[in-house]
Design a protein around this ligand. Structure first.
Ligand code: SF4
Length: 361
């Protein structure tokens, strides 16, 4: 494969950098048959190949730990709330519109791996989905997601945005993306113009580590803002990636500096193949307490958990969570009073020697 292509698709290409132990490559082939492998060269260049615990590598490079079968394929029960194969509606006033199944990178902890990278063509379902959004008078907000909407051709993205803007009701439009972080050159002038035409559009940027903040990322954010996009961030709490108060303080303060409000810190969903990324809830709460004491309120996101089975989001606090004696199960109470359960069985967090505190040797 040519070095000029912006992505790596083959494990053999990453093997050239990492030299997997004999036999590992075979296991990894099984892993990527379930959850596709793809890394943009921009993101590959951020990996510190000398560090086995590199947080960039951990998010992008498949691991044999993904063969652990714990969890479910569809932890949020999205199949049960599908109005069309690409339109999800959990709340009366909002819907999630899966306009692209393609991502720039297939994150190894992805909670929508049932769809992302599965080559689903949204085209046949677009018109039916638009009609539903138009006719359902309760829907006020549309969240464009996937996959990644910025992986669509700019003209296609523009036509989707303009179709939404042509509706009689004035919609709140959000667009969830990881492109500015992992593949910033993929955000073309055409994409920026599409945002400009449909503005205001809330751009929810998925970013997990301060090392993901590069000059190219900052330029993409400036372009988004210039077009009338409003950038906010969401972060997933991930073991051995960012489960450290100093790492997250650095991330959230840098985001605020760049004009991005940290919006959500998410507890990992129980998705199959990602249990090794799970962080204990107490560690998450400890990190949030540290942030509240050490950061300005602007840099403190909401720490939230999606109740398994699709019962909605709750804040991770004593009011919504109840520990069950002698098990790792936690009882969760949704805002509407429904009960769900989360298995708080993540392993203990360990210091990653990032240099942020005195624990480092
Ligand atoms: S960008 Fe989002 S949808 Fe795509 S693989 Fe990563 S987490 Fe999943």
């Amino acid at each position: 494969m040519s070095d000029t292509l912006p992505f790596l698709f083959a494990l053999s290409e990453i093997d050239a950098h990492l030299s997997f132990a004999p036999g590992i490559l075979k296991s990894l082939e099984r892993v990527v048959a379930h959850h596709t492998f793809k890394i943009p060269r921009h993101y590959l260049d951020l990996i510190d190949f000398a560090n086995p615990l590199c947080p960039i590598r951990g998010q992008a490079v498949p691991s044999v730990l993904e063969e652990n079968g714990a969890g479910t394929e569809d932890p949020l029960g999205e199949k049960d709330i599908s109005i069309t194969p690409i339109l999800l509606k959990r709340h009366p006033d909002r819907c999630v519109f899966l306009v692209s199944s393609e991502c720039a990178m297939y994150c190894r902890f992805c909670n929508r791996r049932r769809f992302a990278g599965k080559a689903v063509d949204p085209e046949p379902y677009l018109e039916e989905s638009f009609r539903h959004i138009e006719e359902d008078l309760h829907i006020r907000e549309v969240i464009l997601s996937g996959g990644d909407p910025f992986m669509l051709d700019a003209g296609k993205l523009q036509s989707i945005l303009m179709r939404l803007r042509s509706m009689k009701k004035r919609l709140i439009i959000r667009l969830s993306t990881r492109v500015p972080v992992v593949y910033p050159e993929g955000l073309s002038e055409g994409h920026i113009q599409a945002i400009e035409k449909a503005a205001p559009v809330w751009i929810i940027i998925h970013i997990n580590h301060p090392r993901e903040i590069t000059d190219e990322f900052l330029k993409a954010v400036r372009d988004i803002r210039r077009a009338g996009g409003i950038p906010v961030s969401q972060t997933v709490l991930l073991r051995n990636i960012n489960d450290c108060p100093h790492v997250l303080l650095a991330l959230f303060e840098s985001l605020v500096e760049a004009g991005i409000k940290p919006y959500y810190l998410f507890q990992l969903d129980d998705v199959q193949g990602a249990s090794h990324f799970k962080v204990k809830l107490d560690r998450g709460r400890e990190i949030m307490a540290f942030l509240r004491s050490n950061a300005s309120g602007m840099a403190v996101p909401r720490y939230a958990l999606d109740i398994p089975g699709g019962l909605g989001k709750i804040p991770v606090d004593a009011e919504h969570l109840e520990r069950l004696d002698s098990t790792t199960m936690v009882r969760l109470i949704s805002p509407s009073g429904q009960i769900g359960y989360y298995n708080d069985n993540g392993e203990e967090s360990a210091c990653m020697k990032c240099g942020g505190c005195k624990e480092d040797g």
